[in-house]
Design a protein around this ligand. Structure first.
Ligand SMILES: [Zn+2]
Length: 151
């Protein structure tokens, strides 16, 4: 799933839950649930995890830039900014921690991440490609509406 959707879902959890440990746990596991949902991401048409074309690199940069801008807006405008940012960070954590996947002690987390992840090769078929566009857009917009209501 793209970073923006993970960030927004974590922010929604932070907007409603008052216990920081519960926010971290729920937002962290929301990541795996969101990865199960059909989605396209910058790596969808790449071999392995490499971003080999300029469109893949551009979409990655746009995703990260949008996530940073939204995080910045939440930080400076949301009344529960500390909870919202905590949820956002926890929601992104499994992807941010991907460089740790090369280490043996991290293997259970890596295996669980890949076990939960939707097979991005399915997006090469049109029906799954459309689902991979609409599902993240729907979840992201719904999360924005919910966050706006708690603003
Ligand atoms: Zn992930």
């Amino acid at each position: 799933m793209i970073a923006v959707v993970h960030l927004l879902a974590g922010a929604v959890i932070g907007a409603y839950i008052n216990s920081p440990p519960t926010i971290v746990a729920l937002a962290f596991f929301s990541h795996y649930l969101l990865d199960l949902i059909p989605h396209i991401d910058p790596e969808t048409f790449a071999e392995g995890h490499s971003l080999s074309t300029w469109t893949q690199r551009l979409s990655f940069v746009l995703d990260i830039t949008a996530a940073l801008v939204i995080a910045w807006l939440l930080l400076y405008t949301h009344q529960r900014w500390s909870f919202v940012i905590l949820g956002s960070i926890a929601g992104l954590l499994p992807d941010v921690a991907m460089p740790l996947e090369r280490y043996g002690w991290y293997k259970p987390f890596r295996d669980f991440h890949y076990l939960c992840h939707w097979n991005p090769n399915r997006a090469r078929a049109w029906s799954w490609y459309i689902a991979g566009l609409t599902a993240p857009a729907t979840i992201g917009l719904a999360s924005l509406v919910i966050i706006w209501q708690t603003h």
